[in-house]
Design a protein around this ligand. Structure first.
Ligand code: HEC
Length: 180
């Protein structure tokens, strides 16, 4: 009777010890595991570094990803026949007042880009995006995917916003070609 109690006792003790080790082992491994978190962090840092090296900025990249990428795609290539590409876009890289007007008030009408016809409507983002947001996203797009146009400043956006105050229709290509 006594040895049986002893046996059960030590078996229970052994079990608890093992379980204890295991639980401890689990937590230690979980907390100390650098490999698990490492690659993801490195990747984000590399991407940010690349964006900065490309003359772009984190704020602009963020606005682009949040708003423009769903149509113009993360790689700026758009969707043929539906959303025109921003990579290589003349309007985007032209006089800053052109892309500023597009983002503030929208863009519509039949256009041809790279042999494809587009006849859609881009909505106005002037009510949602600040001058800083618009400057940042245009600076980002004008210097990404092989584009190389100078940055757009919040002051330029503010000026165009003032000059086009009261406009409630999306621009057509012909209208955009007229200087402000
Ligand atoms: C819901 C879809 C959609 C979103 C979101 C969108 N666009 Fe557009 N964008 C369009 C469409 C559609 C056109 C072409 C309109 C047409 O067919 O006349 C266009 C055209 C453009 C053009 C002119 C390109 C060219 O070469 O003619 C620029 C520049 C542009 N968009 C920038 C932006 C930026 C910057 C953002 C984010 C702030 C953005 N767009 C968000 C749909 C979108």
């Amino acid at each position: 009777m006594r040895s049986r109690t002893l046996w059960i006792g030590s078996a229970t003790l052994a079990f608890l010890l093992l379980a204890g080790c295991n639980i401890r082992g689990f937590f230690v491994r979980y907390e100390d595991e650098p490999v698990f978190h490492g690659p993801a962090q490195e990747q984000t840092q590399t991407q940010t570094a690349e964006a900065t090296a490309g003359g772009a900025n984190e704020k602009g990249a963020g606005v682009y990803a949040r708003i423009c990428a769903s149509c113009h795609q993360p790689n700026g290539q758009g969707i043929p026949g539906v959303y025109p590409p921003l990579a290589g876009s003349e309007l985007l890289q032209g006089d800053p007042s052109i892309p500023i007007r597009i983002v503030l008030h929208g863009f519509q009408g039949r256009i041809e880009r790279g042999g494809k016809v587009y006849n859609g409507v881009m909505a106005a983002w002037g009510g949602v995006l600040s001058d800083e947001d618009i400057a940042a996203v245009l600076t980002y797009a004008r210097s990404s995917w092989g584009n190389s146009a100078p940055e757009v400043t919040p002051e330029q956006v503010r000026e165009v916003r003032q000059k086009t105050q009261g406009r409630s229709r999306a621009y057509t290509e012909a209208e955009l070609k007229q200087p402000l």
